[in-house]
Design a protein around this ligand. Structure first.
Ligand code: HEM
Length: 147
């Protein structure tokens, strides 16, 4: 009996953390809508990769030098999941308030968009799914950029 409980507990622990600890255990209400991105876990992996890429990007990296990668990746994953119809709720600041005074111009915006494309390519996201997300993000440019 004790052995059964131990096996059940071990199985539950693996289900939550994954063998490599890479599972984020936060299923979206509508995982099907974000299946092309590998579900919520896939979005987290893409956004952690994105944050690593922008931190290393000579054009925009200095803006992210003090950024907590897990916090920003979680906010981005919630936001992308919501935009894609995954039923998540984004709880961060609105795009205007979040980016005010950073002096973001078109070339900075494009640098981040290219890093996002690289992160999605690396995760094997199809072109059509990439366009579906980019199409939702592109109109935000007017709130993010400093004219
Ligand atoms: C469509 C494009 C973009 C989206 C969807 C986006 C989304 C976000 C989100 C959700 C946050 C977190 C807001 C919060 O803390 O409540 C954030 C923060 C931030 N964003 Fe963006 N962003 C975009 C473009 C950019 C660009 C082009 C830059 C600069 C090159 C930038 C720089 C930053 C910085 C520095 C932060 C603060 C990070 C921190 O908390 O340390 N973002 N962005």
């Amino acid at each position: 009996m004790k052995k059964t409980i131990l096996i059940a507990l071990t199985a539950a622990t693996f289900a939550l953390t994954g063998l490599n600890g890479a599972t984020f255990a936060k299923a979206a209400p509508n995982e099907a809508a974000i299946a092309g991105f590998g579900g919520y876990d896939g979005l987290m992996k893409i956004n952690l990769d994105l944050v690593a890429r922008v931190k290393a990007n000579p054009l925009i990296g200095s803006l992210f030098k003090d950024t907590d990668a897990t916090r920003l990746a979680t906010l981005l994953s919630d936001q992308f999941c919501e935009l894609l119809g995954g039923g998540c709720t984004y709880t961060g600041n609105d795009m205007k308030a979040a980016h005010q005074g950073m002096g973001i111009k078109t070339h900075h915006f494009n640098a981040l968009a290219e890093d996002l494309q690289r992160a999605m390519d690396a995760a094997g996201v199809s072109q059509s799914e990439q366009f579906r997300l980019i199409g939702k993000l592109a109109p935000m440019k007017r709130d993010i950029n400093d004219q």
